[in-house]
Design a protein around this ligand. Sequence first.
Ligand code: AHG
Ligand code: MN
Ligand code: MN
Length: 330
Amino acid sequence: MPHFEEGTTLDRFLLETMRAHPGATGQLVTLLKQVALAGKLVSARVQRAGLAGMLGAVGGMNIQGEFVQKLDLYANETFKRALEHAGVLCMIVSEEDDGIIQIPPQFEVGEYVFSMDPLDGSSNIDTNASIGTIFAVHRRFSTGRDGVAADVLRRGRELICAGYVIYGAGSMMVLSTGEGVHGFTLDPSVGEFFLSHRDIRLAPDTRAYSCNEAYSAQWDPRLQAWIASLKDPSLGWSARYIGSLVGDFHRNLVKGGVFLYPPTAKAKRGKLRMLYEAQPLAFLAEAAGGAASDGVMPILDKLPTELHERTPLFIGNRDAVARIVEVLGS
Ligand code: AHG
Ligand code: MN
Ligand code: MN
């Protein structure tokens, strides 16, 4: 792993990481540079959403039964347009599209499969709270022109790369190709992402939990009891919940913490999606020394069978996730 000093641009980081992998074709570098471009475009639009008539819903509903926000669609189209012509993908899966998105016939296909939540935290778009784009990259193994579902319905442990772009007070791109987790902050005045958080490690200990406590009466009673036990003042825990997975995850990644989205009466298999929320963030959490579980097994060991499959998610500090699994198994 080459040494990178602060101020390294994302492009230099990607090129030097590629050089450290003989036989690399450069397709992944091209892919991630296009992700960064799309991230800059969405970031610019998010920053001025209130001015550009981009707030609010378009009045439609997606497969998830959620009102589609204008920024959801803008982000979805922007990432697809930035990626489909680059000759590095054989298919795309998006939260906003019911089925597999094939690469248009006029473009070359490549060896990677891209899954994305183009805009995570839609309920926060109009509130200026952190939202983001979450993505995961597999290497295909099918051989035809078009990718197939089997290329993406795989364990998260097989991911080549995962990351997110968070549009918050500043915009950052956080990614891992398996060797550590690195954060790049966008300097909008020059339009470049600069390395600002090298080798982010999830704090070994934690005293912060993130969950939507409004649903706690619907949780497994053993989990209710555990969360209640954290409220002993002598333990010094605090609660932090933004309601955007990407924002809650990022805070826990950089400051320590554990995020919980257990099954509820409305979401019996959990609310969050395997392919473009749980798997990519679990890949990052483990690469940063943390953990991610569905309450029984590691997220990265689960085999999804449907594109928009949901899962319970407990993710963040390793000890806290282990404790939750122990509590739910007791
Ligand atoms: P999305 O906006 O992509 O549909 O994701 C929303 C998710 C996730 O961002 C967040 O953790 C969760 O919904 C919040 O759910 P509740 O509002 O039920 O707490
Ligand atoms: Mn989401
Ligand atoms: Mn979304």
